[in-house]
Design a protein around this ligand. Structure first.
Ligand SMILES: [Zn+2]
Length: 117
């Protein structure tokens, strides 16, 4: 039996979207990412399953979430790249990639790249 509260704790509250020249925009992950659903109430989102896998390059974590508003299931997929890519320019020490978050539907179909976490 998976503890729902523990799973909730594994989901970051926000992801960040890179905007062309305007920096980063913060979006809440406490929402349903299924089409035609506008649920943004965390109390209507029930994480119920976690899958983790790992290879040499990245660590992948999938959290399955049931939306109590549309009764659909979607998956938040978090990918952490192990080798942090740094810009080759000496002045630009910004880390280019830490983690990527995607939304998938129940069958694993990609609903889109959400952003970074
Ligand atoms: Zn929904």
């Amino acid at each position: 039996m998976v503890d729902e509260e523990d799973l909730r704790f594994e989901i970051p509250s926000y992801a960040f979207i890179a905007l062309a020249r305007r920096g980063m925009e913060k979006i809440s992950l406490d929402q349903c990412f299924l089409k035609d659903c506008d649920n943004q109430d965390v109390n209507l989102l029930e994480p119920f399953k976690k899958e983790e896998s790992e290879n040499e390059i990245k660590h992948t974590k999938k959290i399955y979430i049931k939306c109590k508003k549309c009764n659909g299931i979607f998956i938040l997929k978090f990918e952490t790249i192990k080798k942090v890519v740094k810009s080759t320019k000496a002045k630009d020490k910004e880390v280019l990639s830490m983690g990527l978050v995607y939304a998938l539907d129940e069958n694993g179909k990609n609903l889109g790249h959400i952003g970074y976490f």
